[in-house]
Write a protein that binds this ligand. Structure first.
Ligand code: ZN
Length: 269
């Protein structure tokens, strides 16, 4: 079990931020979009500097959150291909840096819009995910659930996609905030794909919203989550993604990080 925090550090240098996370008792961090500048390939040195700062503070880099995939409705095939190449580059960096998991999202038709051709969207994703699985040498690709796009928003849709891709290496990242956004429950999601969940992105929310709240402060069912982790003997990563402490003044954040780490730890008790 690894207690992990996402990298989100307004007002602090990477060294200061990771030092604070280590002092608060976190064991690992992710590298996510806030570490990946717009043109990932031209800024590779930057990502190595961020990784060195995390490791210098004694933290493991437990996962790498690849650049977001996006809506297909108004995207050209070239834009989709470019983004897939960036995600593949991110996978190569994760392999170089020995980062065990790389989190990816599906391409989807559009937010809050019915897809006129779901078979096409499925086909784009099957080919994209097979390509990512082929690109990954050591890092394990984890597909994350989505909100408000009518695609991979629950365990049933996740299971169907895993079956269609047909790659045993493809695992799952369950984002609780996005699940609660869609009115879902952890136990129901685990019942479909529990054996393939390797990382959890933990934050609270309410139906129709992506709020990044601390556990127990939104509308998610955290007792159901706790009970489910116990029942499945979950031993993967717990990555906290609340925006709670990063909204606090920088000189007070250690205290709030300690509270957040305690709440996340309590989910396993
Ligand atoms: Zn997430």
């Amino acid at each position: 079990m690894i207690l992990s925090r996402n990298t989100k550090n307004p007002g602090l240098s990477h060294g200061e931020y990771y030092g604070m996370l280590a002092a608060a008792g976190w064991q690992a961090v992710d590298l996510n979009e806030t570490c990946f500048p717009e043109r990932l390939i031209e800024n590779e040195n930057y990502i190595h500097e961020v990784a060195a700062a995390a490791r210098g503070a004694g933290l493991v880099i437990g996962q790498c959150h690849a650049p977001m995939s996006f809506a297909l409705q108004n995207s050209t095939p070239e834009a989709v291909e470019n983004r897939i190449c960036e995600i593949e580059r991110c996978i190569a960096i994760a392999d170089e840096l020995d980062i065990p998991y790389t989190i990816v999202h599906p391409f989807f038709y559009n937010w809050n819009t019915e897809d006129p051709d779901p078979a096409f969207t499925e086909d784009v994703n099957i080919r994209y995910l097979r390509r990512l699985c082929d690109a990954a040498k050591k890092t394990v690709i984890c597909l994350e659930n989505m909100p408000a796009c009518g695609f991979i928003t629950n365990g049933k849709e996740m299971k169907a996609m895993l079956e269609q891709v047909g790659c045993d290496k493809l695992m799952v990242c369950l984002d609780t905030g996005l699940l609660f956004f869609c009115g879902g429950k952890t136990s129901v999601f685990f019942a479909e794909v529990g054996g393939r969940i390797r990382t959890l992105h933990l934050h609270d929310s309410a139906p129709g919203h992506d709020l990044h709240l601390l556990p127990y402060t939104g509308r998610g069912d955290w007792n159901d989550l706790k009970e489910t982790l116990r029942r499945y003997d979950y031993s993967g990563t717990l990555n906290s993604e609340s925006d709670f402490s990063c909204r606090m003044p920088a000189d007070r954040r250690l205290k709030w990080e300690c509270i957040e780490r305690e709440i996340i730890t309590s989910l396993l008790e």
